[in-house]
Design a protein around this ligand. Structure first.
Ligand code: IDP
Ligand code: MG
Length: 133
């Protein structure tokens, strides 16, 4: 059965003109774009999306960064979309992400790591509501 996931291309990748290259990777394996929106993330949306990280040393910088410039917000669907998208994205730290993954090919640092993707079907539902609700 098809699943939906929330994917967000982060400000550094939008600034660098990587949007088309990144979306092509999801489409190439058969996933579908259900919703796409270019725009800013509000501080409220950032706080809700990253609530699990509140209090961690990198939290303030993360919220500042994700609200610093336009992002591309997406709902992507397909069989096992959550885990498939995470696999295409690669490890959180681009230095650990395998070549061939989005973070491995386009990223360099942990704070500007190109892309966000929901980590479970429950997170996906919550995050889709935050950004498209
Ligand atoms: P994920 O994006 O792969 O799900 P999370 O652990 O949920 O990774 O972290 C959310 C985001 O916070 C990461 O994508 C990264 O941009 C940032 N981040 C995570 N850990 C650190 C850190 O130790 N220093 C700086 N930024 C971090
Ligand atoms: Mg996460």
């Amino acid at each position: 059965m098809d699943q939906k996931t929330y994917i967000m291309i982060k400000p550094d990748a939008v600034e660098r003109g990587l949007v088309g290259s990144i979306i092509a990777r999801f489409e190439a394996c058969g996933l579908r774009l259900e919703r796409v929106e270019h725009g800013m993330v509000t501080p409220e949306q950032a706080a809700a999306n990253y609530a699990e990280h509140e209090g961690k040393p990198f939290y303030e910088g993360l919220v500042e960064y994700i609200t610093s410039g336009p992002v591309v917000k997406m709902v992507i669907s397909g069989p096992e979309a959550v885990v498939v998208c995470r696999k295409l994205m690669g490890a959180t730290n681009p230095r650990d992400a395998a070549p061939g993954t989005i973070r491995g090919d386009f990223g360099l640092t942990l704070d500007a790591n190109i892309i966000h993707g929901s980590d479970s079907p429950e997170s996906a539902e919550r995050e889709i509501a935050i950004f498209f609700g």
